[in-house]
Every structure is written in structure tokens, then in C-alpha cells.
Design a protein around this ligand. Structure first.
Ligand code: ATP
Length: 512
């Protein structure tokens, strides 16, 4: 488990800030990771992050530190998420897209076009003899609805979860892109569909959270298996103090929804970082569309990087402070990114070959497909709902994912049952062993009792006096034993040397 990467970025002072409030700034650069921050009340705070990008930082620096490692891993089937967070007008979209996605100065290119280049370059230099495909989708969360930015008729995309894919957008448009130019063209058309408005803080303020998904599929043809990595970039809408931005009407409603979903994000981060480490506490991912989409990025199967964007000026100090505190808290989130290659798990666990597991799944799925009729589909629907898998019965892809889910769950529960049986067998073996020991001891006692009985009869037959034999105590292999007898009210204990013709030595006697 590793912590998520958190960086802070301060944009240059804007001309509006300079004009309205002068250019007093609230940060003092200490080094590449640490700075002092002074708010309006002259209170000083020291913050440390994985990296701090000051006003003069280059877009390339941000990409290389924050995104490049995640991009390289996405090509190797490890999920990654890059998020820009901060107050409205703090530089999130500038960091994500640059001044323009299609035509801008090379130096000013944002994360998105660099990620596109990085993905195609990483594929080119990849040593794997694989066929890669990159599919692109783009949605925005506007007023708590997920809209497909490649097909605006899909204005209420559902967020679903599958064991294989994790969180995914059901039915979203996916565009296959063959080269960086094609990818940028598609991105540009999606961006043009984004909800943008003017606020006092930003002439072109994003009024929605924008989510870019790069699905990288790697077909390892010789090994007959497929690996998938998902790289998600999220340009969040800016948090804003409505009284400060002067929002009203629709802009006010948008701001309220944006702030609500950002609070939900804060709550998820609090729950992930405040809960008792040993107890599985409830994480409110379902409280907003944003947190549900980011579920894997926050504490799930993803390498995640967060860029906290801030204005450097004193006039925005309280908003910047809250952004920095958000980042400091997020720094404690642990994520467990793994290679999305089911066979890895199996080879480690069972030593079975990856091909075998894939083939088994395919075989089971094929059989199911062949046997299904309408009644079975209905039954499966019920089963999926019981299992908490939601899907669209009209979608073949959804249905297949659900099959796969159920198959995997069945395999898991069978494995668990086998493990439990192995434990039971071990317990029974141990009990058997104990019982065998007890049995042996009982047998020995029985033999001794029989021997005593025989002896009693011998002794009784050979003794000249008619004592009632009570007990034959210690029996020595050297030829003597202890005999307890009773006659009338008198109890006697005698040492008898039987090999020597039953000489009797009275060693103890008393009244009964
Ligand atoms: N590092 C930077 N260098 C130069 N200009 C920047 C930088 N960061 C931001 N800007 C400029 O600041 C303005 C606001 O930035 P941007 O639109 O990226 O803010 P935002 O955080 O996305 O805001 P919102 O949440 O309202 O969409 C833009 O004009 C942008 O060009």
C-alpha cells in the first residue's frame, strides 16, 4: 500500500488580483517540498507535500513529476488517476489542458495533451509483444448528472461497479484512438461540449467536474490473454464562496451543487483518513456522483495523484488554506494499485498457468451463453440483484460482465469452502490422534484390570482363609502385590508374594 501523491501548485498573480488587491503573496518558498503560508490574520502555517510547484513552475515539471509515472504504469495495466483540485480560478483547467488542447505553445501544453503523447510513446517503447488499443471516453458531472461529452443525448450515464472492471460508466461512448492527433481531436470536441460559465473569479469557469478516461488494452496474443489499465484524469469544478463570487440564479445553483459534491469528497477523505485503522468504517462513496466515480482512486485499485491548485495572493488566503488542508489530509490516504491481470493472483496462489484460468473462465462463459433461454436470463437477473450487481439486461456487455462477476464470486466461495474443509479435516485428524491415545490408555487399563481379576481368582483359589477380596492394588512384576480384604468389620491390607507360594505379610489393618 502506498500513499497517494499530493502536490501543491501556485499560479502567477493574475492582473485582476494585482489591480484589486495589490500583489502581496501569502507563501514563502522554503524548498521543493515545503513552504510557509501566512493568512490574513498573519497566522503562519508550514505545509509539506510531495512536490510544490511555485508560480514560475513549468507545465512540463508538473507532468514529469505527477503524471509520467502513472502514465507508464497504465500501459502496464495498472490503474491511475490524476485529479486537479482547488478554488475557482486557481489554475486547475490550465494545469489539466493548458491554454488550448489543440494549438498552443509546446511549453504551455497541459497534462492532458502530455498524457496522450506519453501513452503513445510508452506503448512504442514497450518491450511486450502485444497489441495495444486505447479507447477514450469523456463525461462531465453537471448538477449531479453524468453527461456523455461525446454524445450529449446520453445525459444520465449510470455509474456501476464490477469485480473485474471496478467502477465503470455504463454505456458511455468510447472512441478508439490510433494516434495522438486523433486523441487530441476527440478531446477537443468533448471539451467544446463542457458546461462553462462566467463568474467574478474566472471568465471561463468550469461549472462541472470533467472526467477523461483512457482505457488501455493490451492483447498479449502469444499468451492468449488481455490486460487492461485505466487512466482517469479529473478536472474538478472549483469550490467557491458564493458571497465572494457574487453567484446568483443558475450560477448560484451550480455553485451549490459543486460545493455539495466537493463536501462529499471531503467527507470521503475524512472517513478514509480518520477511521480506526483496524475497523472497516463506512466510506460514503455513494453520497455523490463524484465520489462514486472516484471510489477506486480513493483507497481502491489505483495509483492516484492530486494537484492542489492555489492562488498565491493574500486576498484568496482562506480558500487556499482550505485547499492546502484538503491536500494535507488526502496525503494520508492509502491506495492499493495492482496489475489488472487476474492470472497474477492465481499463479501466485496456485502455481497454475494464466492461460488455464482465462480458458476456464471463457469455457464457463461460453457454456452459459449457449444454454441461456429467457427463463434463465430472468433467474440470472434475480441472482445479480441479490448479489448486488446492477446491470442493464438489454446490454450484452453488461450481461457478460455480470456473468463474469458471478463466476468469479462462485470460484471465490468454492475456494473458501475448500479452505474451510481443509481446516475441518486437520481438526478431525487431531481429534482422531487424541482418541487413539485415549484408546491405548484404556486398553492398557483394561488389560491390567483383567490381569488383576485373574490374579484375584488365583489368589482366592489358593488362599487358606476366606477373606472377601476387596481390591488388588499395586502389582509388581517382581512377584508381589498388595491385597485388600475384609472379614466381618475388619479391613486388612496385605503384601502378598505370590511367586513364593502366597506368603502373606500384614502391612496395615484397621476397623472398617
Ligand atoms: N500556471 C499558470 N500560468 C499562467 N496562467 C495561469 C496558470 N494557472 C492559471 N492561469 C490562468 O488563470 C486563469 C484561471 O485558471 P483556470 O481556468 O485554469 O482556473 P480553474 O481553477 O480551472 O477555475 P474554475 O474552477 O473556475 O474552472 C486562466 O486565465 C488561466 O490561464
Amino acid at each position: 500500500m502506498s500513499n497517494i501523491t499530493v502536490c501543491a501548485r501556485f499560479r502567477p498573480v493574475s492582473s485582476k488580483e494585482r489591480r484589486d488587491h495589490g500583489d502581496t503573496i501569502c507563501i514563502q518558498n522554503l524548498d521543493a517540498e515545503t513552504f510557509n503560508f501566512k493568512d490574513e490574520k498573519e497566522e503562519e502555517f508550514t505545509f509539506s507535500f510531495d512536490r510544490v510547484f511555485y508560480q514560475e513552475s513549468e507545465q512540463a515539471d508538473v507532468y514529469e513529476f505527477l503524471a509520467l509515472p502513472i502514465v507508464r504504469d497504465a500501459v502496464n495495466a495498472i490503474n491511475g488517476t490524476i485529479i486537479t483540485y482547488g478554488q475557482t480560478g486557481a489554475g486547475k483547467t490550465y494545469s489539466m489542458e493548458g491554454p488550448s488542447i489543440l494549438c498552443c505553445d509546446e511549453q504551455k501544453k497541459g497534462l492532458l495533451p502530455r498524457v496522450v503523447d506519453g501513452l503513445f510513446k510508452s506503448i512504442k517503447v514497450s518491450e511486450e509483444t502485444a497489441k495495444y488499443t486505447i479507447k477514450l471516453s469523456m463525461v462531465e458531472i453537471y448538477m449531479e448528472k453524468v453527461r456523455d461529452l461525446f454524445d450529449l443525448s446520453k445525459d444520465n450515464i449510470q455509474i456501476k461497479e464490477s469485480k473485474v472492471q471496478g467502477i465503470f460508466l455504463s454505456g458511455v461512448t468510447e472512441i478508439s484512438v490510433l494516434d495522438p492527433a486523433e486523441a487530441l481531436q476527440s478531446l477537443s470536441s468533448g471539451i467544446a461540449n463542457r458546461a462553462v460559465g462566467e463568474t467574478q473569479m474566472n471568465m471561463a469557469s468550469s461549472r462541472s467536474h470533467c472526467v477523461y478516461v483512457f482505457a488501455v488494452q493490451q492483447d498479449l496474443t502469444t499468451e492468449k490473454r488481455v490486460r487492461r489499465g485505466k487512466l482517469i484524469l479529473v478536472d474538478l469544478a472549483g469550490s467557491e464562496k458564493v458571497e465572494k463570487t457574487g453567484a446568483e440564479g443558475r450560477v448560484l445553483e451550480e455553485a451549490k451543487t459543486i460545493n455539495k459534491s466537493l463536501s462529499a469528497l471531503g467527507n470521503v477523505i475524512n472517513a478514509l483518513t480518520c477511521g480506526p485503522p483496524s475497523k472497516a468504517n463506512h466510506i460514503p462513496y455513494r453520497d455523490s456522483k463524484l465520489t462514486r466515480i472516484l471510489q477506486d482512486a480513493l483507497g481502491g485499485n489505483s495509483q492516484t495523484a492530486l494537484l492542489c491548485c492555489c492562488s498565491p495572493t493574500l486576498s484568496n488566503a482562506s480558500e487556499s488554506l482550505s485547499t492546502l488542508r484538503f491536500g494535507a489530509r488526502a496525503k494520508h490516504i492509502k491506495a492499493l494499485a495492482r496489475v489488472n491481470c487476474k492470472e497474477d493472483k492465481y499463479t501466485k496462489k496456485q502455481g497454475a498457468s494464466s492461460v488455464t484460468e482465462d480458458e476456464s473462465h471463457e469455457r464457463i462463459l461460453d457454456k452459459l451463453r449457449g444454454r441461456l433461454d429467457a427463463k434463465d436470463v430472468k433467474l440470472l437477473e434475480e441472482l445479480f440483484i441479490l448479489e448486488g450487481i446492477f446491470f442493464d439486461p438489454g446490454s450484452v456487455e453488461d450481461l457478460e460482465l455480470a456473468y463474469e462477476d458471478v463466476t468469479l464470486r462462485t470460484i471465490c466461495s468454492l475456494q473458501q469452502a475448500v479452505e474451510e474443509l481443509v481446516i475441518t479435516v486437520e481438526e478431525i485428524k487431531r481429534e482422531n490422534k487424541d482418541l487413539a491415545g485415549e484408546n491405548k490408555a484404556l486398553k492398557a487399563r483394561l488389560e491390567a484390570a483383567e490381569r488383576s481379576d485373574r490374579l484375584c481368582k488365583d489368589v482366592g483359589g489358593n488362599m487358606t482363609f476366606l477373606h472377601r477380596i476387596l481390591d488388588i492394588g499395586f502389582f509388581s512384576p517382581l512377584g508381589w502385590f498388595i491385597l485388600s480384604c475384609q472379614e466381618g468389620g475388619m479391613k486388612t491390607t496385605s503384601l502378598v508374594l505370590h511367586n513364593a507360594g502366597f506368603q502373606e505379610n500384614n502391612i496395615e489393618s484397621g476397623l472398617h
